[in-house]
Ligand binder design. Structure first.
Ligand SMILES: NC(=O)c1ccc[n+]([C@@H]2O[C@H](COP(=O)([O-])OP(=O)(O)OC[C@H]3O[C@@H](n4cnc5c(N)ncnc54)[C@H](OP(=O)(O)O)[C@@H]3O)[C@@H](O)[C@H]2O)c1
Length: 340
């Protein structure tokens, strides 16, 4: 069931009646879907305290100025870090922990896809995988104590929920050149993301976790797909066609805020309760919005497709949980404990 935009907007607007000031951290909101979600959140929340990560604080000042115009009562703080490094991801979490005792929303949309090949960071990991998996998970893990103190804590990861696939079990970080490909780095990031978040969900039953696929969204992601001649040709020939079929950043931001606040994707009453009698589907039948089903027979996370529908990938996930869940966790812990 695709959730119509009217329902999304009506739910988002009700954020203005939540009187407790909300605290949020956005990672990946200097551009694209994250930026859309950040603006939507700032616009609707009352007195929010918002932290967002930027690789360059100077250029991010313009975003703060815009947020002040959208909501002069909000407090906005830039955390200048590059989370393609796990050590920077850890520093981001420490920064927030030093300032806040609770966190209501952690919104993760950092990441990129590169046709230029594997890009090793100084920590020896592929940057496209660190931004999409390792750093996202590390920040989440370190901020769980704050999230657990919120009345209705939410973690939203924008990537490829419902599109999990099989893993190269003996090389989860795709260190071997023969194992790395753009597609495999994407599948590994998404699949390890779902499995690890499911584990955190089991250990933290009060926290609502969403892993969503945003659909095609017209963001700078496409302009950065490749460098050189290939990049030039892509930007001039292929990207304009992709953009014709893509959703706007504004709509992606609105839909993302819905995922982050609505009771539909919450283990509790949500930051915003389900609208009574809201028109809930694309057919315009006006059916009431339903709470979504979680993965793993209701024990896992909310896997969500482009239209806000609950994605069912249990055929793939059920054997993966048995076969690879522990391997993924052990591998991830080993990476986090590797003493950078
Ligand atoms: N757009 C789509 O159609 C689409 C579809 C499916 C999934 N996704 C996924 O959704 C997520 C958000 O996509 P988007 O379209 O919003 O992308 P975007 O506009 O390119 O924004 C990506 C964010 O990640 C940061 N980032 C990119 N490369 C980085 C690096 N090497 N190191 C540190 N930070 C980096 C960017 O920071 P800077 O501003 O500093 O560059 C920005 O904040 C991505 O993980 C993407 O793979 C997107």
């Amino acid at each position: 069931m695709t959730i119509d935009l009217k329902t999304v907007l009506s739910s988002n607007s009700r954020l203005a009646s939540v009187e407790t000031p909300l605290v949020a951290l956005f990672v990946g909101a200097t551009s694209g879907i994250g930026l859309g979600a950040l603006k939507e959140f700032a616009q609707h929340a009352i007195d929010p305290r918002i932290y967002f990560v930027a690789r360059n604080a100077k250029t991010a000042r313009a975003i703060v100025d815009e947020l002040h115009l959208l909501n002069p009562r909000g407090q906005y703080e830039i955390i200048e870090k590059n989370v393609s490094l796990i050590k920077d991801a850890e520093a981001v979490a420490e920064f927030v922990k030093a300032k806040e005792s609770t966190l209501d929303l952690l919104f993760l949309s950092v990441g990129f896809v590169s046709l230029d090949g594997r890009q090793d960071t100084t920590e020896g990991l592929d940057a496209s995988m660190t931004t999409r998996y390792y750093s996202r998970l590390r920040i989440t893990q370190l901020l769980l104590p704050l999230l657990n103190r919120s009345t209705s804590p939410h973690v939203v990861s924008i990537l490829a929920g419902g599109m999990e696939g099989s893993l190269q079990e003996d090389d989860l970080d795709l260190r071997q050149a023969r194992n790395w490909s753009v597609a495999r780095a994407s599948v590994h990031s998404a699949t390890m993301g779902t499995l690890a978040l499911e584990r955190l969900a089991a250990e933290n039953p009060r926290v609502s976790f969403v892993h969503a696929y945003p659909g095609m969204v017209s963001t700078p992601l496409f302009d950065r797909l490749a460098s050189g001649v290939a990049g030039f040709l892509l930007r001039w020939l292929v990207v304009p066609v992709i953009r014709l079929f893509s959703r706007s950043v504004a709509e992606a931001g609105q839909r993302s805020l819905f995922l982050a606040t609505s009771a539909r994707y919450s283990v509790d009453g949500g930051i915003v309760a389900l609208g009574a009698g809201a028109g809930g589907n694309s057919s315009g039948s006006g059916g009431a919005l339903q709470r979504g089903a979680r993965s793993n027979g209701g024990r896992g996370i909310f896997l969500v497709g482009a239209g806000g529908e609950i994605a069912d990938n249990e055929k793939v996930l059920t054997p993966l949980r048995k076969k690879d869940m522990e391997k993924v966790w052990e591998h991830t812990e080993a990476v986090f404990n590797s003493g950078r």
